[in-house]
Design a protein around this ligand. Structure first.
Ligand code: FBP
Length: 568
């Protein structure tokens, strides 16, 4: 019999009671893979669906090998692959921000490759591929990481592979490790990277003239990698939004208990408001802002602030002096006047970089304000110092404003406070700010993400054993058992102007203001604002009646009959 101290020490290093239990969870697999305990590789055949974008002709010229091989046709599993390749050496890497379920992608690939092939992990992310930092993943690794994390097993980074030198480094890594295939687990930009690499590595890489296959896997908590029914959602979104919803639900419970606070909660998600609308649908908070709607209605900051203040005042008249306001991370950039200001600021900072750098700290704002047009200068001057500071901060490696650093929630609190007092000085308004982001990206996956990612891994591994390259693995029919499919990456590429030049990119999917999820939300929000109808979704469940839930926005948008998902 061990002492409590000994038992506690045994729980260190990922051996908590929870982690021990989730490792034992058997994950359902699509019928195509056969039994859950010994999934088999599937082969793929063309479907009738051909993908195209406005730039398909240019894509065909720049990605000739990929387009010729796939014809931009979607593939679907066509049965067990009796001729699955053997002896393949496959590398897998994570790219971009972390998302729950990444470990299960690795586990799915490893299980379907079986003992006849080798899986190598790349650390960390695309940078690890350039450095040639690879190691062999074992069955014991799979047993340790399944249903846990996070991306901590391999780490991740945001290196964009674009220069000739970087392509040469990738080629050298492929040769050094005798790779046959690479799986890139990432978002829209990382899957664009996968498309570019697939074309570059298509042939002539190895001594016998053959190439290295590249397969993408769709991840991002932002939910902005969606392709209709072919890809209703990226993995990681469900876990992140369920974690945020639990926290917002807890805050809502607190508001109705302490009866005196408004909480302004900014939610991660970069530009798109998918995360925010999902948390709104889960929790029914009093006020939720959707960036895409703000842009569509061309709302000014003053209009947004007035809208919130009127709700605060109306609730106070009914004796409700508390509530929650959900704010999407990227809101600032969608407010037309702020967007115009940011665009002019970006130009002014770029054109006056040297003088701006030499300017003393306390006159930098005045210096740049003088370079702005009258309207933008007026708006800039009206902003509080903490927002101005972030607007003038260094841009990220892609030249973008770091929106997550801008305390939009604090700006709204200050402005709403002032507006409420203008409307009725007697209305109490005491507020707290929160930013929910990093705490949702690496929690143990929900059952939806755990099962989805495991099946995405089985699909990605099967595509490799079927000799495919230049596809993104997907699993469709998530409420009817699941079907492994493959989306030709070249069929998704558009040309966009980025950093002053034309680039092939996979378009970010923003919230559609006429989508079923948005329509449902718009039909309910007045009632959620008028009285406390909130729900507390509670912690995510891996067993029991609440475990089998897909995201509400996904269920609405895909016209599901219930929230339940069904794989297998
Ligand atoms: P990905 O699109 O790469 O999955 O990143 C998602 C995200 O979590 C965004 O929601 C957020 O704006 C950003 O990453 C934060 O980036 P970082 O991890 O570099 O701080």
């Amino acid at each position: 019999m061990s002492t409590l101290a000994q038992q506690l020490q045994q729980m260190e290093a990922h051996q908590s009671l929870f982690e021990l239990a989730v490792r034992q969870l058997t994950l359902p697999v699509c019928a195509a893979f056969g039994s859950a305990n010994a999934p088999q590789a599937v082969s793929f055949a063309n479907t009738a669906r051909v993908l195209s974008t406005k730039d398909s002709d240019s894509v065909a010229k720049s990605f000739p090998n990929s387009v010729k091989a796939s014809g931009n046709v979607v593939l679907a599993a066509s049965g067990t692959n009796a001729k699955a390749a053997q002896g393949k050496r496959v590398a897998v890497l994570f790219s971009g921000g972390p998302a729950s379920g990444g470990h299960n992608v690795v586990c799915g690939i490893k299980r379907v490759l079986g003992a006849g092939n080798t899986l190598l992990g790349v650390k960390p992310g695309p940078k690890g591929l350039l450095l040639g930092n690879l190691f062999e993943i074992t069955d014991a690794d799979v047993d340790a990481i399944i249903n846990t994390g996070g991306f901590d097993f391999l780490g991740t980074d945001r290196t964009k592979i674009k220069t000739d030198e970087q392509f040469a480094q990738v080629k050298a890594t492929c040769i050094k490790h005798n790779l046959d295939a690479i799986v890139i687990v990432g978002g829209d930009d990382s899957n664009t990277n996968a498309a570019v690499l697939a074309e570059f590595l298509f042939k002539g890489i190895k001594a016998d003239g053959s190439g290295v296959q590249v397969i993408g896997v769709p991840k991002t908590i932002d939910g902005d990698l969606q392709i209709g029914d072919l890809l209703p959602i990226s993995f990681g979104f469900d876990t992140a939004t369920k974690i945020y919803s639990e926290m917002v639900g807890n805050i809502l419970q607190d508001t109705k208990s302490s009866l005196k606070y408004w909480h302004f909660v900014k939610l991660m998600g970069r530009s798109a408001s998918h995360v925010t609308i999902e948390v709104a649908l889960q929790t029914k908070a009093a006020v939720t802002l959707i960036s895409e709607e703000v842009a569509a209605k061309r709302q000014s900051i003053a209009a947004i602030v007035d809208q919130i203040a009127q709700i605060v005042v109306a609730r106070a008249a009914k004796g409700i002096t508390h509530g929650v306001v959900l704010v999407p991370e990227g809101l600032i950039e969608f407010i037309p006047e702020m967007n115009a200001l940011i665009a002019e600021l970006n130009d002014a900072l770029a054109h006056n970089a040297a003088e701006f750098a030499d300017e003393p700290q306390d006159t930098k704002a005045d210096f740049i304000q003088d370079k702005l047009s009258a309207d933008n200068a007026r708006l800039f001057a009206s902003l509080p110092a903490y927002v101005v500071r972030m607007l003038l901060a260094d841009r990220d490696s892609h030249g973008n404003l770091q929106v997550s650093l801008i305390p939009t929630e604090k700006l709204l609190v200050d402005m709403v406070h002032a507006r409420v007092k203008e409307i009725n000085v007697k209305v109490p308004f005491s507020a707290h700010c929160h930013f929910l982001g990093y705490e949702g990206r690496c929690g143990a996956p929900t059952l939806f993400d755990a099962a989805y990612t495991y099946n995405l891994g089985l699909t990605a591994g099967s595509l490799i054993l079927d000799g495919r390259s230049g596809y993104m693995a997907t699993v469709t029919g998530l409420t009817t058992g699941g079907t492994p499919q493959a989306i030709p990456l070249s069929g998704l590429l558009n040309i966009e102007r980025r950093h002053g030049q034309d680039e092939f990119v996979i378009e970010k999917a923003l919230v559609k203001v006429d989508s079923p999820a948005m329509q449902y939300f718009a039909a309910r929000r007045a009632e959620w604002a008028a009285s406390d109808l909130f729900a507390s979704p509670g912690p995510r469940q891996l067993w029991g009646p609440a475990a089998y839930q897909q995201p509400i926005s996904v269920a609405l948008n895909s016209k599901s009959e219930s929230l339940a998902f069904k794989i297998g």
